[in-house]
Design a protein around this ligand. Structure first.
Ligand code: PMP
Length: 362
């Protein structure tokens, strides 16, 4: 295999152990004579996989009993559309805190079906910072406030999301779920595609406070009402069984390796290795974002020129490092250090960066 070190931004690296178990069970899941892909989603065999994954999510994220966990399809992008349809009443408002491309997309989607406004934005800084948020600026008819906890493309991440008072607060945690604990007192709904920190693409986790959900909502298709999926334990229609199975394996792996608390320590350690290297490079590598807004998941940086960045990416690729190009909309370089990336890989990347700098200066 040429790829030794996978820094893909999502879908991204999964632990070898997880892939090995998936491989072992691919043909014959638990001696059932079938693959997970072949079994009925109404069978007890599948139900065990399904409820096991739901239970692990509740345990790992310490989710209180008055929240429901859902498995949805359509990625985080479908959630962008569903949130306003379900939780913004006709003629009322949704507030968005803009911290990057994904929060902009969520905002645009909400603007298509009703009124939404930017409560705060760090767009003027090129999304290098996080904005200060003043909830007293919320319009009186605001039904919810939306945050993106980690900004995958620009590489910023909220430490604590500012404490809201009464308006429900929704979080897109697509790129940092299971890398730290969630403050459920300050969160009413959280969602994330699994494909970065928690497994393969195809399943989206939604955790929501039960009291938010209504039986029917005028003009909203049945399938797009959260209540439909809540009532059916996320088995209203055929679920992405294989994705949920591998998600469960990944959650087992996280549990066995010390849970979310340990993932947080590892994330700090891995990110620290790369940020230290950047900070001690005398400006050869320049971090894209302001130090106090830095993400522990996606480390964005630039080199002196576009040509040097291209050379860096090429050499890195030749040495077995993949996924280091910045998002196509912003360029530069980005190392994504999700849960499946071993600490040793972050260290290897730092060695490589140091060596590349030395060789370029001679
Ligand atoms: N939100 C964030 C923060 C993301 O990083 C992404 C994907 N990279 C999305 C939303 C969109 O996710 P999906 O592809 O699952 O729709």
């Amino acid at each position: 295999m040429n790829v030794k070190y996978n820094f893909n931004p999502g879908p991204s690296a999964l632990p070898r152990e997880v892939l090995k178990i998936a491989e072992k069970n691919m043909f014959n899941y638990n001696n059932s004579g079938m693959s997970v892909m072949e079994m009925s989603h109404r069978s007890s065999l599948y139900e065990e996989i399904h409820y096991n994954a739901l239970n692990l999510i509740r345990k790992l994220l310490k989710i209180p009993d008055d929240f429901t966990i859902l498995f949805m399809q359509g990625g985080a992008s479908l959630q962008f559309a569903m949130l306003p349809l379900n939780f913004r009443q006709t003629g009322r408002q949704a507030a968005y805190v803009l911290t990057g491309s994904w929060s902009e997309k969520a905002f645009q989607e909400a603007s298509r079906t009703g009124s939404a406004y930017a409560l705060a934005s760090s767009g003027e800084s090129g999304y290098r910072t996080l904005p200060s948020v003043d909830y007293t600026h919320c319009l009186p008819e605001t039904d919810y406030i939306h945050f993106t906890s980690n900004n995958t493309i620009f590489g910023t991440q909220w430490g604590e999301i500012p404490q809201r008072e009464s308006i429900p607060l929704f979080i897109d945690a697509s790129s940092d779920i299971f890398s730290r604990q969630v403050n459920w007192k300050n969160t009413d709904l959280l969602y994330a595609g699994a494909q970065k920190n928690a497994g393969p693409a195809g399943v989206t986790i939604v955790v929501l406070r039960n009291e938010l959900v209504k039986d029917t909502i005028e003009g909203v298709p049945h399938y797009l009402n959260y209540n439909t999926h809540m009532k059916a334990d996320s088995l209203y229609n055929t679920p992405p069984a294989l994705s949920i199975y591998v998600l469960g394996l990944m959650l087992d792996w996280i549990s066995e390796h010390g849970g979310t608390e340990e993932m947080e320590k590892r994330a700090e350690q891995k990110a620290g290795v790369i940020y230290n290297l950047i900070d001690s490079s005398n400006g050869f590598y320049k971090g894209y974002v302001m130090p106090d807004a830095r993400s522990k998941m996606n480390i964005t940086f630039n080199l002196r020129s576009k040509e040097l960045e291209e050379k860096f990416l090429q050499k890195a690729n030749d040495a077995g490092f993949t996924g280091l190009a910045g998002h196509r909309s912003v360029g530069g370089c980005r190392a994504s250090l999700y849960n499946g990336v071993p600490e040793e890989h972050a260290e290897q990347l730092a060695y490589f960066m140091e060596k590349f700098q030395r060789q370029s200066l001679h």
